[in-house]
Design a protein around this ligand. Structure first.
Ligand code: R5P
Length: 291
């Protein structure tokens, strides 16, 4: 077995390699002036390769994964495992208007054709419950960071209320709250545009304890910012946020802080200054279970 790491996921892949006691090689990646990609793999590969890359900024990364997996097969690799803690294109699971691409199904099929196993963490599954419905291979494995986030929160708070900003978040918020015995509440959200969301808080007294907003993704940051603004309006003085995947597009991170969130913490699925909750033990355990 060999770990093959893309440069943007190198430090996390190194931790994983240490846990698996496996050699790690970095993929050589070059971007030409017109933004085409060149990738180079070691010419001598073992039978089983574990390719590590989180799929934020997905369009370039998917092409590079296609080049990587195809080349690895040509070089003789027999089993390809993709470790992509953040899995892209999972949110578009229906055609909202006639003619729209259902990207979850299309990208899922592509990954199923390229890889024997796909491991990810808290993918955004909404209208389906199993990752195998999106990626039709036996080993499409959806892990959850609920334990890691719960353990982390216990180091920061004796008690706090966990708030999910929308109905989809309940799956993660309920699991974390159940693990550590904290209370939780779920808000209602309607998305009106990329940077426009309407949220209504559930009934409750938000003034008497810290509130930690929990979500899987912060992209534009508008969801977390809107929730934080409402919490402030409801008298909450201690607002924090934990997210699994720190996409943080453009001004998102500062926008959330300016809305009154004191600290944002995230997992290291994507490298960011907020990424302090490590996923290496979760991923290593899952890889050991399938090898
Ligand atoms: C969607 O339902 C997700 O769980 C997140 O709430 C959403 O992706 C966050 O997006 P943004 O940061 O752009 O509001």
């Amino acid at each position: 077995m060999m770990i093959l790491a893309f440069p943007d996921y190198l430090s996390q892949a190194q931790s994983l390699a240490t846990r698996l006691d496996a050699p790690l090689v970095e993929v050589v990646l070059h971007h030409f002036p017109d933004s085409e990609s060149l990738i180079r793999l070691p010419p001598l590969l073992p039978e089983h390769l574990i390719i590590c890359r989180s799929l934020n900024h997905p369009n370039d990364k998917l092409i590079e994964l296609l080049l990587c997996a195809t080349t690895a097969r040509e070089l003789g690799a027999k089993r390809l495992t993709l470790v992509a803690p953040y899995l892209c294109y999972m949110r578009q699971d229906i055609a909202n208007q006639p003619g729209e691409a259902v990207s979850q199904r299309i990208i899922g099929k592509l990954l199923a054709e390229l890889f024997d196993d796909v491991l990810t963490v808290d993918p955004h599954l909404h209208r389906i419950s199993l990752l195998t419905q999106a990626i039709p291979i036996k080993n499409a494995i959806s892990l959850t960071a609920a334990d890691q986030i719960g353990v982390f929160l216990k180091t920061k708070f004796n008690h706090a209320l966990l708030l999910g900003p929308d109905s989809e978040s309940e799956q993660w918020v309920a699991a974390i709250a159940g693990n550590i015995g904290f209370g939780y509440a779920i808000a209602d959200k309607i998305r009106l545009g990329d940077k426009q969301v309407e949220i209504s808080l559930p009934d409750g007294d938000f003034a008497k304890q810290p509130v930690v907003i929990i979500d899987d993704i912060a992209s534009t940051g508008r969801t977390l910012a809107k929730a934080a603004g409402l919490l402030q309006g409801a008298g909450c003085k201690d607002i924090y946020a934990v997210i699994t995947h720190a996409l943080f597009c453009d001004d998102a991170y500062n926008h959330i802080l300016e809305a009154g969130v004191k600290t944002i913490w995230s997992t290291d699925s994507i490298d960011h200054p907020s990424s302090c909750i490590k996923l290496d033990s979760l991923l290593a355990k899952a890889i050991k279970a399938i090898t």
